[in-house]
Ligand binder design. Structure first.
Ligand code: ARG
Length: 500
């Protein structure tokens, strides 16, 4: 094709049909094309076309024998995809045009009937919804794997105490298992968000046409069922213009990434000499090219860092969508690269964090000692006074003064004699506050608290929830896999190109 757009000889190649007198300029072609990235939708595209042409045949919109020939050709293209032999070029513009072009090479002019009662607008919406369903299931699987790893690490460190923090200052002792289960709780909500997004994406837009519906007696429900969709979209304009499902998925990805970033930040902190709470296994750490002593937590740092682009993709798509008039606009082609990258990135992080966690060594001694240091049990002392009738504010004041005195004398609560306790408040003459982390955590025996029986119950509940979600996931995966698979028996297609 010429640089400025060559005149098309009568009957010669034209990208968009008889309306155009010249071929596309090469710069338009390069700028306009999406095939470089939307080729990733090729299986969904072929499968969507198969469902469409089956329906056209069944409805008598296309003679059944021709519909069968087109379907056979589509599965042949599928085989070429599987064999790595499907080679779209920039002249194909996008994956939809590329598949149809290849189909025409295989089955001849009858291929031109495939696009009856369809537009690329409802086609791309269908392809992307189908792809997104698979992506959401893959993400869910990754979230469940990471939750399982966290639960296993919690089990392996059931009674290990650590300092809980506020303002990154030691605050009160908690169980390490309780801390890890906080992330399991976040991931449970993430899993819920993914399923919620799945429920909404699970509608077939096919049959919406370019924007207004189509003039043929199509059967949208049948196409939807063939493609494994739970139902159909309700408004043709919305169906081709809506990318909420992309935004839902990006939002779910962004929150997963954000949660994993917080976890990663803690792993980075814990691996530092300042904390020394945990050390990644050699297989999941990196060295320095100059400092021989270094052992760096690169995996956690990268997981934290990659969150930036995932959040960026969400913001980018919100901005793309916000000013668009109904219905389809080419701006919407910008939906794919960010979605693909966000899903790939989050899947990569979900793949590497479980083995990192499972192989990280936690320093029980340092964690336990740190849990009791720096007056982390001051609240327990104040609680004792309050339990014995002192207004809590007064108890707080009293223990605060004691902390100040200890700090001035270079002492801890454990260094104080019974007499010294008694001098603080007469109640302490009769009863001393707990001084160990196990006593402190055991006392926080409320739902959601860090007492060992509560943590065990939370662990059991999370494991049961995980198993139920995993069951649901496996069911949906099986349904989707059955859709995205050629039928067991199909008509052979001649390998030599049909006459044009
Ligand atoms: N490549 C296009 C996209 O991703 C497909 C739809 C094209 N539709 C159109 N009216 N040009 O959005």
């Amino acid at each position: 094709m010429g640089e400025q757009g060559d005149t098309v000889a009568p009957g010669g190649p034209k990208a968009w049909g008889g309306r155009f007198a010249t071929t596309p300029d090469v710069r338009l072609e390069a700028f306009n094309a999406s095939v470089g990235f939307d080729v990733r939708l090729v299986r969904e595209d072929i499968r969507g076309s198969v469902a469409h042409v089956r329906m056209l045949g069944r409805q008598g919109i296309v003679p059944p024998s021709e519909a069968a020939a087109i379907e056979g050709g589509l599965w042949h293209v599928w085989d070429e995809v599987e064999a790595g032999a499907f080679a779209p070029t920039v002249a194909d513009e996008d994956v939809h045009t590329a598949v149809e072009r290849r189909l025409r090479e295989l089955v001849g002019p009858v291929a031109g009937k495939l696009h009856t009662a369809r537009s690329r607008n409802d086609q791309v919406a269908t392809d992307l919804r189908l792809w997104t369903k698979g992506a959401l299931l893959a993400l869910l699987g990754g979230v469940l794997d990471l939750s399982e790893a966290l639960l296993d690490v919690a089990t392996a460190h059931e009674e290990v105490a650590m300092p809980g923090y506020t303002h990154l200052q030691r605050a009160q002792p908690v169980l390490l298992a309780h801390h890890l289960l906080a992330y399991v709780a976040m991931l449970e909500r993430d899993a819920d968000r993914l399923r919620d997004a799945y429920r909404r994406v699970d509608r077939s837009p096919l049959g919406s046409g370019a924007l207004a519906g189509v003039t043929f007696p199509i059967d949208r429900e049948r196409v939807a069922a063939d493609l494994g969709f739970a139902g159909i979209t309700v408004n043709s304009l919305d169906a081709v213009a809506d990318r909420d499902f992309v935004l839902d998925t990006l939002h779910a990805c962004a929150l997963i990434a954000l949660h994993l970033s917080r976890l990663s930040e803690e792993l980075v902190l814990w691996a530092s000499a300042e904390f020394r709470f945990a050390e990644p296994a050699d297989a999941f750490a990196t060295g320095s090219s100059i400092m021989p002593q270094k052992k760096n937590p690169d995996v956690a740092e990268l997981a934290r860092g990659k969150t930036g682009r995932v959040i960026g993709h969400l913001v980018a798509m919100l901005v793309v969508a916000k000013g668009l008039p109904l219905a389809y606009n080419k701006d919407l082609q910008e939906d794919k690269e960010g979605l693909f990258d966000a899903v790939d990135t989050v899947l990569a992080v979900l793949d590497v964090l479980p083995p990192l966690l499972r192989t990280t060594r936690f320093d029980r001694g340092r964690l336990g000692a740190a849990a009791e240091a720096d007056f982390a049990l001051a609240t327990d002392a104040a609680d004792l006074l309050a339990r014995r009738g002192l207004p809590f504010r007064e108890a707080h004041e009293t223990v605060g003064r004691l902390v100040a005195r200890c700090l001035a004398d270079g002492k801890t609560f454990a260094d104080l004699t019974v007499e010294e306790w008694a001098s603080v408040h007469p109640i302490f003459a009769e009863e001393r506050p707990p001084l160990t982390a196990p006593e402190s955590v055991a006392a926080r025996d409320v739902p959601g608290g860090t007492a060992p029986p509560r943590v065990r119950a939370a662990h059991a509940a999370a494991a049961a929830d995980l198993a139920a979600v995993r069951d649901w996931l496996q069911g949906e995966e099986a349904v989707l896999a059955a859709v995205l698979r050629p039928p067991a028996s199909r008509a052979p297609v001649a390998d030599e190109p049909a006459p044009a």
